[in-house]
Design a protein around this ligand. Structure first.
Ligand SMILES: *[C@@H]1O[C@H](CO)[C@@H](O)[C@H](O)[C@H]1NC(C)=O
Ligand SMILES: *[C@@H]1O[C@H](CO)[C@@H](O)[C@H](O)[C@H]1NC(C)=O
Ligand SMILES: *[C@@H]1O[C@H](CO)[C@@H](O)[C@H](O)[C@H]1NC(C)=O
Ligand SMILES: *[C@@H]1O[C@H](CO)[C@@H](O)[C@H](O)[C@H]1NC(C)=O
Ligand SMILES: *[C@@H]1O[C@H](CO)[C@@H](O)[C@H](O)[C@H]1NC(C)=O
Ligand SMILES: *[C@@H]1O[C@H](CO)[C@@H](O)[C@H](O)[C@H]1NC(C)=O
Ligand SMILES: *[C@@H]1O[C@H](CO)[C@@H](O)[C@H](O)[C@H]1NC(C)=O
Ligand SMILES: *[C@@H]1O[C@H](CO)[C@@H](O)[C@H](O)[C@H]1NC(C)=O
Ligand SMILES: *[C@@H]1O[C@H](CO)[C@@H](O)[C@H](O)[C@H]1NC(C)=O
Ligand SMILES: *[C@@H]1O[C@H](CO)[C@@H](O)[C@H](O)[C@H]1NC(C)=O
Length: 556
């Protein structure tokens, strides 16, 4: 049986935990590791008086500790012989072929090392007499981003996964819920995700119920637990809106300064999407993303929790609710110098896991620059309509010489797919990415340091962003670009607006879903951008390292 290791700080004063005599090895690991790191962690908190990230951090401390890959132990690395290559002075190889990554199935990756806890194994209970009242209430939570109400205390999840509010009523919590209406989108998300009155399918919606007292036969999870809802439908958004906020809350510098650092995760209806997902790639992508989250949170969190095949209620000291799209990665919500540290840690965990020499390098002459082009042909809007011309144009480039991969074609032919290892393989071996703006840009943090990205927004200006000043378009690309020192071109070289029959057949931009035209790319402008990446003509206007070389007269 498993007892979760939280008996410190305020928790121990209010709770008495029932420890069981049968402790499996998992629990020992959890316990020892957990208590050590948790006490170290609490000591840090106590000694430094946690302050909000906004005021307590400077950029140096935020980044310096994450620059050294060598200091990481290998314990979490599969370190395949075939791909654990040295780097540095070694010549990149001339082959067109991409280096492959060792094949690891998502099941192997996910279950090999992770601390998965079956809720039926958790014997801890709240002892009502000592606890006094177990009454649900909202807590202010400034963990990340902009909204104050994202956490609750003394709540449970029933076996269906629904949120159980204890010793309270709709009337009592309504002022707080209505308070959310001051932020319409957050109010919408509460209703959509938790109250199930939105349009989201019931498979995804959590549901809210009330209970007059603690449900009998519950298990109790002390500490702070993050409620993780998988994003079924678009695994790219799973990164931006689900995984990302937890990357931040699991990583220094934020992890040690937020009011509710994450101790555990609980994945909503884990088994349901694990065993019943209709679309397997979704399931795999989320497992991978979550696994990588595990990789980085191992340093700081005492325990991970995945409730599997839940048959009884599980109650929480504090549950951090998921208000996904409002916690989206965006540098206006979290400064890049802070967010970049968490992002780099996550990136490094991925490289380490796949045994990729770090950091992946932008190719140097006489190698051709590796260009990956993606025109969204497999989507239904904002597609590049002259992709064949773009590809021919790029393949004909001589200054510099390019090695061009056409992602749309590779996907269509089954040469690659969007599986996590494939995305890692593609992006770590790309020097210049030419990509139509969209969710797929999430993976740009996997590009080599100093790679170039031409992000083409196209003709449409709508969205919550202010597109008047394209340099101020707030996408996760800004965070990725700053963290990985990417050269990010937002000059938007689209040419003609092409009506899209499937989306209203108009050249106007009506709304993000319909009336969304396609477009063509201006080849001359694209050529200028690539040229400017490779040949510096003003400071900073080149791919990292390329200024060292004369591309027309490369060293023999
Ligand atoms: C890391 O891996 C290398 C090569 O497999 C091994 O020699 C070394 O002992 C490992 N280090 C740790 C800390 O496990
Ligand atoms: C409402 O929210 C405030 C914090 O914003 C909190 O102090 C109060 O306890 C909450 N009430 C309920 C019933 O959740
Ligand atoms: C859920 O939505 C319904 C319908 O709008 C509303 O009557 C009810 O009070 C809401 N409950 C909660 C807990 O938000
Ligand atoms: C649900 O969808 C309908 C039809 O698409 C729309 O009119 C309505 O505004 C949506 N409701 C919410 C809460 O988004
Ligand atoms: C993607 O391709 C890899 C091989 O590179 C394969 O192992 C995996 O099953 C594929 N995934 C999907 C979802 O097709
Ligand atoms: C959970 O249930 C599924 C079938 O519904 C089963 O295949 C799986 O082994 C169960 N997992 C655990 C950890 O019991
Ligand atoms: C682009 O999509 C269209 C329609 O789905 C398809 O006919 C065409 O072959 C695709 N082109 C590429 C290069 O994948
Ligand atoms: C966006 O809108 C502004 C003002 O309406 C316009 O000047 C600009 O060209 C539009 N397009 C883009 C891509 O910014
Ligand atoms: C959009 O950005 C432009 C240029 O920075 C600025 O002048 C304008 O006020 C902004 N508009 C909004 C609605 O924020
Ligand atoms: C789509 O719009 C174009 C003009 O932009 C028009 O020529 C064409 O007939 C339209 N197609 C359909 C199916 O409405």
């Amino acid at each position: 049986m498993v007892s979760l290791p939280v008996s410190l700080g305020e928790v121990s004063t209010t709770l008495s935990l029932m420890w069981t005599s049968r402790i499996c090895s998992l629990a020992v690991v959890l316990l020892v590791f957990g208590l050590i790191s948790l006490s170290a962690f609490y000591n840090t908190l106590n000694s430094t008086k946690p302050a909000m990230y906004k005021i307590s951090l400077d950029a140096t401390s935020a980044t310096s500790s994450h620059n050294s890959f060598a200091s990481d132990s290998n314990s979490s690395c599969f370190c395949p012989q075939s791909s654990a290559k040295s780097h540095g002075s070694q010549r990149p190889n001339h082959m067109w072929e991409m280096q492959s990554l060792r094949h690891v199935t998502v099941e192997e990756a996910y279950f090999q090392r992770m601390r998965v806890v079956d809720v039926s194994q958790i014997e801890q209970r709240v002892v009502p007499k000592q606890m006094g009242s177990f009454k649900s209430r909202f807590l202010p939570n400034d963990n990340f981003m902009e909204f104050p109400i994202l956490a609750m205390e003394n709540v449970c999840l029933d076996p269906s996964g629904a949120l159980v509010l204890v010793e309270t009523s709709t009337e009592e919590i309504m002022p707080n819920i209505s308070g959310l209406s001051a932020i319409p989108e957050l109010y919408y998300l509460w209703n959509e995700i938790y109250n199930c009155t939105g349009n989201i399918s019931t498979d995804h919606c959590v549901g809210v119920t009330f209970s007059e007292s603690l449900p009998p036969e519950h298990s109790y999870i002390p500490g702070n637990t993050a409620h993780f809802l998988a994003y079924i439908g678009n695994p790219m958004h799973n990164w931006a809106e689900r995984t990302w906020p937890f990357v931040m809350a699991s990583s220094p510098p934020i992890q040690s300064t937020v009011p509710y650092p994450i101790h555990h995760y609980i994945i909503h209806r884990f088994d349901k999407w694990l065993y019943e997902s209709r679309w397997q790639p979704d399931r795999a992508q989320m497992l991978w993303q979550f696994r990588m989250l595990m990789e980085i949170s191992g340093d700081v969190s005492p325990g991970y929790l995945i409730v599997r095949n839940q048959t009884k209620p599980v109650c929480f000291q504090k549950l951090l609710l998921q208000m996904h799209s409002r916690d989206r990665i965006d540098e206006t919500r979290l400064p890049v110098d802070i967010a970049g540290a968490g992002l780099k840690k996550y990136r490094e965990a991925i490289f380490r896991f796949f045994g990729i020499p770090r950091p992946p390098q932008v190719r140097l002459p006489p190698e051709k620059l590796r260009v990956l082009f993606y025109g969204r042909n497999d989507t239904s809007r904002r597609r590049v309509r002259n992709s064949a011309d773009v590809i021919n144009f790029l393949r004909g480039f001589t200054r510099p010489r390019l090695e061009v991969r056409y992602l749309d074609e590779m996907l269509a032919s089954g040469q690659t797919n969007y599986s996590f290892p494939e995305v890692v393989r593609l992006f770590t071996q790309t020097d210049i990415l030419v990509i139509a703006h969209g969710a797929n840009t999430w993976a740009t943090f996997l590009l080599p340091d100093g790679a170039g990205v031409v992000e083409i927004i196209g003709p449409c200006n709508w969205s919550s962003y202010n597109y008047t000043d394209l340099s101020a378009v707030h996408t996760w690309m800004h965070v990725n670009a700053a963290a990985c020192k990417l050269k990010h071109d937002l000059s938007n070289p689209f040419e003609e607006v092409v009506p899209n029959i499937e989306r209203g057949n108009t050249t106007e931009c009506l709304n993000p879903y319909n009336g969304v035209p396609d477009y063509t790319i201006d080849l001359r402008k694209l050529g200028d951008i690539i040229h400017s990446f490779a040949y510096p003509d003003r400071p900073g206007d080149h791919l990292t390292q390329h200024w060292l070389y004369d591309w027309d007269h490369p060293p023999p």
